[in-house]
Write a protein that binds this ligand. Sequence first.
Ligand code: NAP
Length: 259
Amino acid sequence: MDLGITGKRALVCASSKGLGRGCAEALAAAGVNLVMNARGAEALEATAAEIRAAHGVEVVAVAADITTEEGRGKVLAAAGQIDILVTNAGGPPPGMWADWSRDDFIKALDANMLAPIALMQAALPGMMERGWGRVVNITSQAVKAPLGVLGLSNSARSGLTGFVAGTARQVAGSGVTINNLLPGIHATDRADSLDGAVVKSAGITLEEARARRAATIPVGRYGTASEFGATCAFMCSQHAGFMVGQNVLLDGGAINTTL
Ligand code: NAP
């Protein structure tokens, strides 16, 4: 399917690896020029070079922490005028509800709620003026079904979801759509670190931890970054102009609900 976005320009945050990279690759495959970001310059430059070589699109790589004002300033200055924004950042660490301090919450809110909101506030006016834009926020299945140990993530991402629900309807009349993409478990470094915590607490091997988790998913496996990226690219396409304020869950059927 032609996504109808060849020649558009996308900022894909936190995209040297994992789900962000999957989104960047799928957009590049659709002919979208990219501004990519991550903190570590080496992996970022390597990924940017691979994507340039594979898809022949323009790729600007900006090494910066997207959760800080300074980092965002650097990324947005390099990005210039963008048509597509994919917000993303690392997720908060797992833990226990009784242990989290105010600082822990502020860090999680900065990374997974206030950073994407600040990026939208920067990008939306230009998109609205030009009459076309797409925003996809990578959030989490935790928005639909909480994981107790990820309480910091549950809290911050729920806040972002509330902001998007209202704002998406305010900007939709200008040709700009905002939606959220909710990953269930996907095979990335993040999944390894979550499984690593299970290895420690349950005293089992990493393979056992993965097999136990995979057994809780109806499709019987983890999702892939390329499946995730393809869905993101569709949500950024011309065909998705009637999709507004939705929370699209990609979890292999793990959350057992009717709606
Ligand atoms: P990942 O494999 O750990 O990749 C994270 C990517 O983000 C890397 O490129 C990393 O590069 C970059 N990054 C992290 N923090 C950043 C920051 N502050 N500024 C800029 N770049 C940053 O993670 P993932 O699995 O793709 O997960 C992406 C998001 O989805 C996370 O918020 C995660 O919590 C959420 N999620 C993932 C899953 C899953 O199963 N994978 C499930 C639910 C939710 P640097 O380290 O070099 O910055």
